[in-house]
Design a protein. Structure first.
Length: 528
């Protein structure tokens, strides 16, 4: 099997991320599946950043630390990573690139263009392919960059010839882009968010999309309350943040539950409490998200593991939030948000909410068998539309009597039971690997790909829940009956293990990692 690991690195501001994407697109043009892991410090300039690209014939890719190619934009990158290069691997440093850039009076950052071209020639990628990708990816100073790239290409010796492994065209999407696109497909009209790594990419992407309103308020409290206000007015709205910002949104989640206003929140997890490690990943918000919002707040929570899943589940979250008039949370993490994935197909999801048909007296919180009350929006001359944080009757008038309190609690509970029933009819659990194995690996979120790679190599069964609330208990128990269960997570407390235990599932072993870095398949294979 053709399988390559490529690292390009340098200081912040030297363009290693863009160069890494271009390299990935060159391999993708030859039919390879792609995964890019982004590693960077919380700095604007300096420090050490790198992109690690995996290009392979197999799918479900994590990154591989042993390198086939190392492209060093500076000496620091060479010093840090040269020991990871395999015996038959190749190293490209920036000496030739800097000389060419200087010769053409180019900008220092253009050495990454020269190095990308040098790599392409080294591995036998045709110039026409290189030119096409560079034109797509470098809209500024395109011709200047192409002159430098061509000079570098011509001066470099070809060492190997990589094979075309497929003619199939695939998209390359980051998790953030997939979340944005899946939500747009489901009808997203407004996005309101304060920038917080790693979910900021959603804000940046949607700001470039015509026909959608994007707002950056002063903080996360404003963001969640503005999102609730927009949804109350009839606009499909989403907000995004990370753990610290999500904490500030908790009261808003309770408000949306009580007022029965649709609310979608993306939580891009990162490592550590409080500010933690701003640019590194983890999976330590699961239990917090499951219990977010006080007072029997009911939520729909999904946990995608790659870009294809992020696209579908984001659309599902927006649709179910509006259908059931509840908060929905997309539980992502740094490695999913900012990682880049090959995408074969994008399965869409869009469910229409239940709207009021302008007949009779409008009861905003009408008691129904399903618990779902028909929606109307301000501006409808035939309806008085209310929203309240107080317990209320069917009209939305505040109450304190025991009868109405009990009735409304049970109405909201019926919504959740209706949601659970629908979830139970969906495929909410993915199964990979050897179905007959007596040992099962549990994975969720971005640990999916390295766990699948290691598990399949070991001949094991792998289970990935896609929905974590309502928890697909029946479906998971069906796959775990009589098995030895190993849970693999990027946190120090085994939060998925704790969730499984709440549902009567005992985890036998845990493989936990909590240093801010994601798992590799080799690492998991060794621990198994």
């Amino acid at each position: 099997m053709k399988d390559y690991s490529i690292l390009i690195g340098g200081a912040a501001g030297e363009g290693s991320k863009k160069a890494g994407l271009i390299i990935a697109k060159l391999f993708s043009s030859y039919g390879y599946q792609i995964y890019i892991y982004e590693d960077y410090q919380s700095l604007i300039k300096g420090g050490h950043n790198f992109s690690l690209i995996r290009a392979s014939q197999r799918n479900n890719l994590g990154f591989r630390e042993d390198l086939d190619f190392l492209i060093a934009l500076n000496q620091d990158t060479l010093d840090k990573h040269k020991k990871k290069v395999r015996k038959d691997g190749l190293i490209l440093d920036s000496v030739q690139a800097q000389r060419i850039v200087k010769e053409y009076n180019g900008l220092p950052i253009m050495k990454n263009t020269a190095l990308v071209a040098a790599l392409a020639k080294t591995i036998g990628i045709k110039w026409l392919t290189v030119e096409k990708v560079l034109r797509q990816e470098l809209p500024i100073e395109t011709d200047f960059n192409l002159k430098i790239a061509l000079k570098s290409y011509q001066e470099t010796e070809q060492k190997i010839q990589i094979e075309k492994v497929s003619t199939k065209k695939r998209y390359l999407l980051s998790g953030n882009e997939a979340i944005a696109l899946g939500s747009l497909q489901a009808g997203l009209e407004t996005y309101i968010a304060y920038p917080m790594t790693p979910s900021t990419g959603i804000l940046n992407y949607l700001a470039s999309v015509k026909g959608i309103t994007v707002v950056q308020p002063e903080n996360e409290i404003s963001a969640v309350n503005m999102a609730i206000g927009c949804a109350f007015s009839g606009k499909k709205t989403m907000t995004g943040t990370s753990g610290g910002g999500f904490c500030l949104m908790n009261e808003g989640i309770s408000l949306a539950t009580q007022a029965e206003v649709p609310l979608v929140v993306v939580n891009g997890q990162r490592m550590g409490p409080s500010t933690g490690v701003p640019t590194y990943g983890g999976q330590s918000d699961l239990l917090h998200v499951l219990s977010s919002g006080h007072g029997d707040s009911l939520r729909f929570i999904v946990a995608p593991g790659d870009a294809e899943q992020a696209f579908f589940l984001s659309g599902l979250a927006l649709s179910f939030s509006w259908k059931y008039q509840i908060p929905a949370i997309i539980l992502s993490d740094k490695d999913l948000c900012e990682g880049t994935f090959s995408v074969d197909q994008l399965k869409s999801c869009s469910v229409k909410p239940e709207l009021w048909h302008n007949k009779g007296e409008y009861l905003r919180y009408q008691k129904t068998k399903s618990g779902i009350s028909p929606l109307a929006f301000p501006g409808n001359s035939k309806a008085v539309v209310k929203a309240t944080s107080y317990e209320h009757d069917e009209k939305g008038i505040a109450v304190e009597d025991s009868y109405n309190i009990k009735e409304m609690q049970e109405k909201r509970k019926r919504k959740f039971l209706s949601l659970r029933k629908e979830v139970d009819q969906m495929k909410c659990v993915n199964v990979f690997g050897n179905q007959k194995s007596k040992k099962v690996l549990i994975t969720w979120g971005s640990t999916k790909n390295p766990v699948i790679e290691a598990g399949e190599k070991k001949g094991l069964k792998i289970i990935q829940p896609l929905v974590v609330q309502p928890f697909p208990e029946k479906e998971i128990k069906k796959h775990l009956k009589g098995k030895l269960i190993v849970s693999i997570e990027n946190n120090s407390t085994g939060q998925m293990s704790q969730l499984l235990k709440q549902h009567g599932i005992k985890v036998d072993k845990e493989i936990l990692k909590y240093d801010g870095r994601c798992f590799t398949a080799k690492e998991i294979y060794g621990k198994i």
